[in-house]
Design a protein around this ligand. Structure first.
Ligand SMILES: O=c1ccn([C@@H]2O[C@H](COP(=O)(O)OP(=O)(O)O[C@H]3O[C@H](CO)[C@@H](O)[C@H](O)[C@H]3O)[C@@H](O)[C@H]2O)c(=O)[nH]1
Ligand SMILES: [Mn+2]
Length: 735
């Protein structure tokens, strides 16, 4: 109970059972100390073995890096908190004075983000269990596509039937595609529902067919063009990189005629494609969001903004109310800037081949960030207080009066409003303003979300992490290895860039956020530099086996113990944690493999590109992740067969490392079996084991290189290149 007998709207529980974790962490720490002692005491003497000395030094440095990184990640996990909301109390106290909510959906390219998927997201958020006249949904289309506009128009019509249906039968989830693909056909025992179910389903299928036919045609027919004045805008669009602002209020919620089939008001629905000109940088998603912030401030000015990516549909119609439990809590609400939900995906397979399901991040790491001062903003599924997004600093006593917030709506009619808002979405509007710097989402960073959230926290605000039983949002996970690696390259690059910029958590965050939070950001911001230590560890010990250079204690020495303990304890704990959160053993193994791939490729290229950018030799890019794949690729994804397919430098690195370890391993086996040199191998035992594990984890790579004939196999050019490179490396190691 809060002060004065007030019941809070949310509660916080500290995770129990951290004893086991703390014992584990402390014991591994001791193990690490022993390893360091071993490395120092057994440092090869200067006079002999120059090569071994260097290899040893590198290995020691890598181990120091891993230890430091491990130490920080464990330290910030010391406490975890979980939040629970009381929606009934919220409803009792505030149902009549709920604030307006603006929902931003971003899309960028109709070819890789199909309009039918986009409008399913739009429909799912229009159907929140929340007073419709207080909801406004904005679709930002950076693809500037009339196909997307057409789909939105169709969605606006369909919503008139969909919203009452959702309300009447309290269905979940409220994205029609997700609902009809997961809910069983209704029974005859409920004839009323059955009848409506089938007719709505039919209506949805018809709409989907129309949209998909038009999308595959690639252009809008003359007939359709007559249906809405909005299509005229495209007469003056030359390309998607060069056009005026297009703004259409597809549903004007203030209009008394904007009602659904039961006469209830509909949410406002707005289409925006901000102006694009080749000579102006558009700043990717951050630019789109900032245009939306301005335009929406003129139209609906909701005091809470929800941001979702176009593939992240709502999976829980209560999420808005959940978020409000935080913002409207009488005691703590006024200091909360944003409420972040986890990013989850609906297209994951059982063993999650590409390790995309952030199991441990969602269940543990974000809860730890929350305990240390607040989670980061991760782009999608996040509710913001409008003022904080616009740069406001936190100050005590600036409590929001929710009742007054709603009285600021404009009365201008839709077409006047459309015209006057276009200016706000023009290229020149931001010139000589603080947009992208102190206002709105920040520019010049590939992870605009992280840096924006961080700077909001540095302005004194708190944030909350909320991970409800029924997931709030579900998106589309990448379905090929290359997409997944590309996504991680963008993330790790952006994060490392922040670390090296003035926004370094320890410098910029100094005295602004708790030290623990500064530390909590570091493991993410330091993803990229992991590549160096990892590359070293997977290549040098194996090559040293070929050259007969021992870098670890002999198998019968007591010094093996700390190595064995640290490795076994670390991996056993990580496996246990993974299984605890509903993972599978195979899934964990896949996760380890992807961990390796990311560190040797995504992070490596991110590291290089960050350095190039610092030197002014490269520019920021944003490669949008594809949300569709052709049938063949999807089938292999379903069957959990790794997708290579096209030549890429990333694959060359992966295959070369795999081949190199294979060669080393084969050379050991040969020595044991053919030359019977068992004794000589005692000093190399740990390296051979490491090499063997690397071979095991790379099995799908060998399959892709040599045994598969399908289109997802490794391209032959990569095969030849990697064999040549690995042979070269091994022969250098031999001499
Ligand atoms: O110029 C652009 C580029 C992208 N987007 C949109 O941004 C979203 C995220 O793009 P996606 O390719 O799906 O990136 P992800 O890696 O899946 O996204 C995560 O990481 C991004 C930062 O790297 C954040 O912006 C996202 O919110 C977060 O979900 C999508 O809705 C895009 O349509 C734009 O609106 N304009
Ligand atoms: Mn995405």
């Amino acid at each position: 109970m809060g002060k004065d007998g007030y019941l809070p709207l949310f509660e916080t529980k500290i995770a129990k059972g951290r004893i086991l974790f703390r014992c584990y962490a402390a014991s591994v720490f001791v193990g690490i100390i022993f390893i360091c002692v071993y490395r120092v005491v057994h440092f090869p003497p200067a006079s002999t073995q120059v090569l071994r000395r260097w290899a040893w030094m590198g290995l020691f440095l890598s181990e120091l890096w891993f230890s430091f990184y491990w130490f920080v990640t464990q330290f910030v996990r010391w406490n975890l908190v979980y939040r629970y909301t009381f929606k009934d109390r919220l409803s009792q106290r505030y149902e009549k004075v709920f604030p307006d909510i603006d929902i931003f959906v971003c899309t960028a390219d109709p070819r890789i983000e199909p309009p039918i998927m986009v409008i399913n997201t739009v429909l799912s958020v229009m159907a929140y269990n929340y007073p419709s006249h207080k909801l406004s949904v904005y679709l930002s289309d950076d693809g500037g596509s009339d196909l997307t506009f057409y789909a939105l128009l169709e969605a606006s019509r369909f919503s008139k039937h969909w919203l009452p249906f959702c309300r009447k039968f309290s269905i979940e989830p409220r994205s029609p595609a997700a609902y009809f693909s997961t809910s069983p056909e209704p029974h005859d025992s409920n004839p009323l529902m059955a009848q409506e179910w089938f007719s709505i389903k039919q209506m949805y299928e018809d709409m989907r067919n129309r949209i998909e036919t038009t999308t595959s045609l690639g252009r809008i027919s003359e007939e359709i063009k007559k249906e809405h004045k909005g299509f005229l805008e495209w007469n003056s669009v030359s390309t998607r990189h060069d056009h005026q602002s297009i703004l259409q209020m597809v549903i004007d919620g203030r209009d008394p005629k904007a009602v659904d089939s039961e006469g209830q008001p509909l949410p406002t629905l707005v289409y925006l494609s901000r102006e694009k000109r080749p000579q102006y940088h558009h700043n990717f998603k951050a630019g789109a969001m900032n245009a939306l912030i301005r335009v929406s401030s003129k139209i609906s000015n909701g005091s809470i903004i929800l941001n979702v990516d176009c593939d992240m549909c709502s999976n829980n119609s209560e999420s808005v109310r959940d978020a409000l439990c935080f913002f409207m809590d009488e005691e703590k609400g006024h200091e909360i800037a944003y409420v972040q939900f986890p990013q989850c995906y609906y297209n994951l397979t059982r063993n999650d081949l590409y390790g995309t399901c952030f199991r441990v991040i969602n269940e543990v790491e974000l809860a730890a960030l929350d305990a240390n001062g607040g989670p980061c903003y991760i782009g999608s599924g996040c509710f913001h207080r409008r003022q904080t997004l616009c740069g406001m600093k936190y100050s005590k006593g600036c409590e929001t009066e929710w009742k007054r917030e709603n009285e600021r709506k404009t009365r201008e009619n839709a077409s006047v409003l459309e015209e006057s808002c276009k200016v706000l979405a023009s290229c020149t509007y931001e010139e000589n303003t603080q947009w992208g710097k102190e206002m709105g989402l920040k520019y010049d960073c590939a992870v605009e979300d992280m840096i924006t959230g961080f700077s909001i926290q540095c302005r004194g605000w708190k944030s909350m992490y909320f991970n409800p039983e029924r997931q709030g949002f579900l998106g589309v996970a990448p379905t090929t290895l290359l997409q997944s690696l590309g996504q991680h390259k963008r993330w790790s690059e952006g994060q490392f860039q922040i670390f090296l910029s003035m926004y370094n958590p320890f410098i910029y965050g100094h005295k602004k956020i708790p030290l623990k939070l500064q530390f909590s950001y570091s493991p993410y911001f330091l993803w990229a530099p992991n590549c160096m230590a990892t590359l070293y560890y997977v290549a040098v010990p194996s090559l040293s086996v070929v050259g007969g250079i021992a870098l670890f204690p002999e198998i019968w020495s007591l010094w093996v113990l700390p190595f064995a303990y640290v490795i076994i304890a670390k991996y056993a704990y990580s496996l246990g944690e993974f299984l605890w959160f509903d993972g599978t053993i195979q899934g964990w193994w896949n996760d380890q493999r992807v961990w390796l791939f990311k560190r040797t490729t995504s992070y490596f290229f991110a590291f290089l590109d960050t350095i190039l950018k610092l030197l002014g030799l490269a520019e920021n890019t944003f490669v949008v992740t594809a949300k569709v794949s052709d049938e063949d690729v999807s089938r292999r994804y379903e069957q959990e067969v790794m997708e290579f397919g096209c030549p890429s430098p990333m694959f060359t690195i992966i295959s070369t490392l795999a081949m190199l370890n294979l060669f080393s391993f084969v050379s050991c086996v040969k020595r044991v079996v053919v030359d019977i040199q068992i004794k000589a191998l005692e000093s190399l035992a740990l390296q051979i084991i490491l090499c063997g594990v690397l071979v095991l984890i790379n099995l799908p790579v060998y399959q892709g290189l040599f045994f598969r004939k399908d289109k997802g196999a490794m391209p032959t050019s990569v095969t030849y290149k990697s064999i040549a490179l690995a042979l070269l490396a091994c022969s250098i190691a031999l001499y």
